[in-house]
Design a protein around this ligand. Structure first.
Ligand SMILES: [Zn+2]
Length: 86
């Protein structure tokens, strides 16, 4: 398979997830704040099978990993933020 084919499929896959997040916002709240804030869209994370706010991931990442309140899940969900740059 050509590399370009793979990236096309990869993009389609992610687009589908974003659509799901828009279609089913009431299915679950954010992984971090447990809220479904209608002012900010929730993104679906396929690693943990949950919805998250991008702002909440950013907030987690800004915390000190040594502090007790840090959620290491944010490290794994970081890829959702990186999609913005593509
Ligand atoms: Zn949140």
């Amino acid at each position: 398979m050509e590399l370009s084919d793979y990236s096309k499929i990869h993009q389609m896959h992610h687009r589908k997830e974003k659509m799901m997040a828009h279609l089913h916002p009431s299915k679950g709240g954010c992984w971090f704040c447990h809220e479904d804030d209608e002012n900010e869209c929730l993104f679906f994370d396929s690693e943990f099978d949950t919805y998250v706010h991008k702002s909440c991931i950013r907030q987690e990442l800004s915390k000190d990993p040594a502090s007790g309140s840090y959620n290491p899940e944010a490290e794994i969900m970081k890829y959702l933020l990186e999609e913005d740059n593509g």
